[in-house]
Design a protein around this ligand. Sequence first.
Ligand code: C5P
Length: 222
Amino acid sequence: TGGMRIAIDGPAAAGKSTIAKLVARKLGYTYIDTGAMYRAITYKVLQNAVDPHDEEAIAQLVGQAEIELQQGEQAQKVILDGRDVTEVIRSHEVTSQVSAIAALTSVRQLLMKKQQNLAKDSSVVMDGRDIGTSVLPDAELKIFMTASVEERAERRLLEEKQRGNTVDYETLKGEISARDKADSEREISPLKKAEDAIIIDTTGKTIEEVTNSIVEYAEKRL
Ligand code: C5P
């Protein structure tokens, strides 16, 4: 049988990219991190010191941006205009601005087109906020991944510690909630469960458990 498109959406830090990567590896599919694309654009806006409210200037910048997602052995690399931005797009500055940039029509239109093109002739696992609702509305499998905000903040705290960053739990929890609120309340393609998506609450579950259950759903639908 042929392949399929798997859409994984959900709030910030629910484990989507970790799981999506593993599911893609198990099935031999391409993993596409759409959040990384919004982050790369946000990074470019910040680098060019463009006013985040100047939509016209941002649209122009986005039009010129070349974003490439490279599949590596271990991790995926994000290349913006020929430069490796994999690490810098995870900075606190980018994270705090990305929801505002991602709410702009021109940004969403362009990135959505890129994302649809990437899924056109290959089997993909794509994660984001609006994949099941807008980018790939006819994806063969849709997952809506959630976890309690406390657990999400704890997971993020661990990640930040491993990166050598000191942040406190309450701050992280507040930032995660604020990003979810902005992403859910924006006008264009907000974060929302697709009607036909399967909800997976990852609270208290291991990475392996969640990965295996998605692979099982996929295999049933192949
Ligand atoms: O997935 P990640 O947390 O890296 O996404 C960063 C931000 O990019 C989200 O908070 C959201 O504002 C935006 N995003 C989006 N649509 C997607 C993926 C990400 O608006 N499909």
